[in-house]
Design a protein around this ligand. Structure first.
Ligand code: UD1
Ligand code: CA
Length: 407
């Protein structure tokens, strides 16, 4: 196998996003955009990933931390994608292998596409790039081919002639380069364009002009090609990702009654034959067992683990809690920072009061308990197996201990 590394470009100023947060940290279905690009690189087994960061470098580093396979590269001034690649020269000038170059703002990337790219990159080829054909190519670099279909170059939207604007084959920015050829070429790129930037896309023209072979494969599905430059595009990308997440869950045997009115985090795991009713929002690392019934209008938050056959109904909110097999909380309840045993019934409107104004406290409820409607369980609290709480009770540990002594 050829030695392979990656460069992910993530230093842009992202004016169109209008944000103080690094663009690549904006989340798509619960994870930062950059996380998806990193995953795709790791899935195709690259040895090192060079992430080019700019003025928001510290934010990005803090989020992703130090990982053995990440090399952080600083681009002080954002002078274009070609210049961003050039900033990696110090690390890669002697590298003899292949270099994947990707953008951090392309969260819809699939590892399969990179595999196709790698598979097509053979023999004398100096660059293989993946392309997509879009109904609306606005904003993307256009792929220019000659009469025989050979690629001649990429022209950015802002530099296109009216004829070129009509081209629907675009550059999603998924490239695989022979590393030496890449660095020779980016050094030669000049900022001869409307934006006066050093474009990576111009490196291709340089490479073609020097007689190297460049292959362009139409391997990217339209819904995977998207780069996120604005909040509106972030929303579109999130929708596409949401569709993917739900599709995969349905393939795994989960019923989603109304996909358009359900939101499920990419980190969630849901077991077979669980039914997700409309207007359910699952956010963060949430595990749901088999045969559960969730919603309508349920809100599950990070750290929630539901065993099998749990029923959560309207306006049930669960955070950082484990619910045992067969727990039922069918109407308006909040369960936060709790461990609930098997077959517990949590009546309508009952809640754990987990925050005392200073800290968050834990509630432990044993098996087969009955919590009557409208109860407030004041944490920290421990209820033994089989505890019966009458409807409308405010329960504190002190009360429980007192009743316990009476028994
Ligand atoms: C780029 C491509 C375009 C392609 C599109 C796909 C170029 C010149 N254009 O355009 O052909 O269709 O992506 O989404 O490459 N960045 C840096 N440093 C810089 C400038 C940019 O690291 O100085 C990073 C950005 O953070 C971003 C990526 O490079 O992650 C692409 O930059 P962006 O400005 O979004 O390029 P597009 O105009 O989208
Ligand atoms: Ca972009």
């Amino acid at each position: 196998m050829a030695d392979r590394v990656a460069i992910i470009l993530a230093a842009g100023i992202s004016q169109r996003m209008n944000t103080q947060l690094a663009k690549v940290l904006h989340e798509v279905c619960g994870r930062p955009m950059l996380a998806y690009v990193l995953d795709a690189c790791r899935q195709v087994g690259v040895a090192r990933i060079h992430i080019v960061v700019g003025y928001t470098a510290e934010q990005v580093k803090e989020r992703f931390g130090d990982s053995e396979d990440i090399v952080w590269v600083r681009q002080e001034e954002q002078r274009g994608t070609g210049h961003a690649v050039l900033c990696c020269k110090e690390h890669l000038k002697d590298f003899e292998g292949e270099t994947l170059v990707l953008c951090g703002d392309g969260p819809l990337i699939r590892a399969e596409t990179l595999k196709t790219l790698i598979g097509k990159h053979q023999g004398e080829t100096a660059v293989t790039l993946a392309t997509a054909v879009l109904d609306d190519p606005t904003g993307y670099g256009r792929i220019i081919r000659d009469a025989y279909g050979n690629i001649e170059g990429i022209v950015e939207h802002s530099d296109c002639t009216s004829e070129q604007l009509a081209i629907r084959e675009v550059n999603p920015s998924y490239y695989l380069f022979n590393n030496k050829v890449l660095f020779e070429a980016v050094e030669k790129v000049r900022p001869d364009n409307v934006k006066k930037e050093y474009y990576l896309t111009d490196a291709l023209s340089v490479i073609i002009a020097t007689g190297h072979k460049v292959t362009a494969v139409t391997a990217v599905r339209p819904e995977e090609a998207m780069g996120v430059n604005s909040r509106a595009q972030l929303c579109v990308a999130s929708k596409i990702m949401q569709h993917r997440i739900q599709q995969e869950l349905m393939d795994n045997g989960v019923t989603i009654v109304d996909p358009d009115n359900t939101w499920i985090d990419v980190r969630a795991q849901i077991g077979q034959d669980t039914v997700i009713e409309p207007f359910t929002y699952i956010h963060g690392e949430v595990k749901i067992g088999r045969g559960c019934r969730i919603g309508p209008f349920a809100y599950l938050r990070s750290g929630t683990a539901l065993k099998d056959d749990v029923v959560l109904g309207v306006f049930a909110e669960v955070k950082n809690s484990t619910l045992g097999r067969g727990v039922r909380a069918r109407h308006q309840s909040y369960i936060g920072d709790a461990a609930v045993g098997q077959n517990v019934n949590i009546g309508a409107g009952s809640i754990t009061a987990n925050f005392d104004g200073e800290k968050v406290n834990q509630t432990n409820i044993g098996d087969n308990c009955y919590i009557g409607s409208g109860s407030i369980l004041i944490a920290p609290l421990e209820l033994k197996d089989g505890t019966h709480i009458n409807a409308g009770t405010v329960v504190s540990q002190e009360d429980v201990d007192k009743f316990g002594r009476k028994d």
